[in-house]
Every structure is written in C-alpha cells, then in structure tokens.
Design a protein around this ligand. Structure first.
Ligand code: ZN
Length: 203
C-alpha cells in the first residue's frame, strides 16, 4: 500500500517535471521568435530610413528650383530603380508630381506597368492622383515621411491605399524620418513668406 503510493508520487512528479520543461521550452521558442522579429523590424526601419534619406535629397532638388520640396524613390529588391522630385512649377504641369515622375521611370526600367515587387518612398503623404497611380501600378508597399492633412490620400483625407472596393491594396509605413521631412517643408514655406514680405517691403 505504502509502496504503491510512493510509486504514484514519483510518477506524478515526473509528469510535472516534463510539463514544466516543455512549458519552458515553449517560452524560450517564443522569446527567440520575438527577438528575431524585433531584429527584422529594426533592420527594415534602418533600410527605410536610408531610402527616405535619398527621397529627401530628391526633395532638395525641387526646393532648389522653387518647387515645394517633395521627393520620391522607388526600390526593387533592395536597389533604387527610380527617383523623382516635384517639378509642378518648373514644368508648369500638375502632372509633374514626384511620385508620377518616379513611377514613369520605374515602369520604363522594369518594362512593365506593374510594379508588383516595389516599395515607394515619399517624403509627403501622396495626393489623390499619386495614391491612385500607386494603386494602379499595384505597388505593394508605401513608406511616407510627413502626413498631409489637407490633401493626403493614405489615410488623412481619404485612404485610397486600403479601399476594399479596389482590386489592389498597399501596406503603409508612416512616420519614417518624419521630423526631417516636415522641417524641410516648413523651412521652404518660411523662406517663401520671407521673400514675399521682402518684396512687399520693396514695393
Ligand atoms: Zn501627387
């Protein structure tokens, strides 16, 4: 009788030890998976910031011509395949937005109207025309710097990138180098105002 109880106790303890070990192994696997995910996220963020820096360099070119500084690059398989910057004033054309210029170049390069493995980086949230072109080109991933509360169509005024009625939706990553993108725009408009005031002063 005594012996049987001892035997039972031993079996129960063994069972508990096994369950505890398995639980610990599961926790360890979960911890490692979370760590891996975190590292991947960090790496992607670093890449996003590097490409956004190039989009900012494009935006500077627009500012140098007196156009609102908005820049864009399109990346395929880790490489920039097209660049564009806002040339609306320079070209006197409403079609000369940074994104449309870059999309046109990327299509030429890929020899395809579909840009299905590309990521587009834009310093400012796209307008309805450009968000429409992104959906039309089936670009799967959009990375933006600043929000555009007055015209943005990646969630601010409308969300054309996630419209279920369309046959394509794009993932959005917002706020990449947001401060740099916003500062560039604010500095441009500040300078514009100062120039205007100086002109008024002269007159
Ligand atoms: Zn646009």
């Amino acid at each position: 009788m005594e012996k049987q109880r001892e035997e039972r106790d031993i079996q129960r303890e063994k069972g508990e030890a096994t369950r505890r070990r398995r639980w610990e192994q599961r926790q360890e696997r979960k911890r490692l998976a979370a760590q891996k995910q975190e590292e991947e996220n960090r790496q992607r963020r670093r890449m996003d910031e590097a490409f956004m820096k190039e989009a900012l360099r494009q935006a500077e070119k627009a500012a140098a011509l007196g156009d609102v500084p908005i820049g864009c690059v399109i990346v395929s398989q880790g490489k920039i395949i097209a660049r564009g910057y806002n040339r609306r004033n320079a070209d006197k054309s409403v079609l000369s937005h940074a994104e449309l210029i870059a999309i046109r170049k990327a299509c030429r390069k890929m020899n395809d109207w579909r840009l299905e493995d590309c990521t587009i980086y834009i310093t400012l949230e796209p307008c309805p025309m450009c968000a429409g072109a992104i959906v039309q080109a089936r670009i799967p991933r959009v990375v933006i710097g600043s929000r555009n509360p007055k015209a943005g169509c990646a969630g601010s005024v409308l969300d054309l990138l996630h419209e279920k009625g369309f046959n394509h939706q794009a993932d959005l990553e917002g706020g990449v180098l947001e401060a740099d993108c916003t500062n560039m725009l604010q500095a441009f408009f500040r300078e514009l105002r100062q120039e205007k005031n100086a002109d008024i002063g002269k007159a």
